[in-house]
Design a protein around this ligand. Structure first.
Ligand code: SF4
Ligand code: SF4
Length: 314
């Protein structure tokens, strides 16, 4: 998909479009003022809820499945379509638009039926954020992300009448009103995984199994829970009791935990520890395999030697 084909919501979610014409060329801070309001009275009401690609983050899926009171796999089946994330080979999902009118399945003439749980991408417009930490080091020296490495910008779609309204906000107020800060916090580590993959480039191999795991953990928290609690997972990784109790009870904690697991297994981040006995068993297994190959090659050598001796005699 070209930048032109990418919806402004998607550009804003990933903050990666390079100077498309609907991004205003002005760097904003949290205290910058913007004039905008979206409400049922605007002529274009719900015009932006169709013909678009709305990427769903793991937290979006969690909130929507809870709102609709259905398990993750049913949500995915009914409301999602598979996509590749941010021009990488990382699999994810977007909202599946209605076939008849190509609109979001949650939109009605009265507005969004899941408004308080709408996805992250629907909350950003018209304020985008560029975050230069997305794919790189996570923390500054003092341990906090440096706020100065973020800036904001306005995306202005031609059809959007919201800019003609006279409500004025600071970027900070707008983001708080839209619940964007909470979403940013929830999506941060997951977005970082996608961006890290993007910055590594496709020449760095990622196995099909790793991609399947990323997809499962990112889209189906119920399946991931079974994976953690009904496999040898807890026998393999060193997880403290407090964490186990938290991830057992709380889906959001389980989701945040899944990001740590993915960072460790996909990119070798030091976010999880494997049990010492498992490491020892693995070392023994590798040693055993090496021993076997040494024995095999010695046997092979002996065979060749014997053959040569016989050839000499002949
Ligand atoms: S989820 Fe709601 S706000 Fe987002 S596109 Fe659908 S109807 Fe519009
Ligand atoms: S186009 Fe702009 S004003 Fe119109 S509904 Fe969408 S966000 Fe609101």
């Amino acid at each position: 998909m070209s930048d032109e084909q990418m919806s402004s919501k998607e550009k804003i979610l990933f903050g990666k479009a390079t100077n498309p014409s609907n991004i205003l060329p002005q760097k904003l801070t949290l205290d910058s003022k913007i004039k905008f309001r979206c409400h049922p009275g605007v002529k274009c009401f719900t015009a932006c809820c169709g013909g678009i690609k709305i990427i769903l983050t793991p937290y979006d899926i969690l909130q929507l499945k809870k709102r609709l009171n259905i398990p993750a796999h049913e949500f995915l089946h009914q409301y999602a379509t598979p996509v590749y994330l941010e021009k990488t080979d990382m699999p994810g999902v977007a909202i599946k638009l209605r076939e008849d009118d190509h609109k979001c399945p949650f939109v009605t003439p009265e507005g969004c039926t899941v408004y308080s749980d709408r996805p992250t991408a629907c909350r950003y417009y018209p304020v985008g954020m560029a975050d230069f930490h997305e794919g790189g080091d996570e923390k500054s020296k003092d341990g906090d992300q440096n706020e100065e490495e973020k800036f904001f910008f306005i995306v202005k779609e031609d059809h959007c009448k919201g800019f003609e309204e006279d409500k004025e906000w600071t970027v900070r107020e707008w983001r708080a009103d839209q619940g964007v800060d909470v979403r940013d916090e929830m999506n941060k580590e997951w977005l970082r995984l996608v961006m890290r993959r993007k910055s590594f480039g496709l020449q760095a191999t990622l196995s099909e199994q790793a991609k399947r795991m990323f997809f499962m953990a990112s889209t189906d928290i119920d399946h991931f829970r079974d994976f953690v609690f009904e496999s040898s997972f807890l026998d393999t990784f060193l997880i403290d009791d407090e964490t186990i109790a938290k991830i057992k009870e709380d889906d959001v904690e389980l989701m945040l935990f899944s990001f740590k697991y993915l960072a460790a297994t996909l990119f070798g981040a030091q976010t999880m520890k494997i049990r010492e006995d498992k490491i020892q068993a693995k070392v023994e297994e590798i040693k055993q395999r090496q021993d076997e190959s040494v024995i095999e090659s010695v046997q092979e050598y002996e065979k060749i030697k014997q053959q040569r001796e016989m050839d000499k005699k002949v």
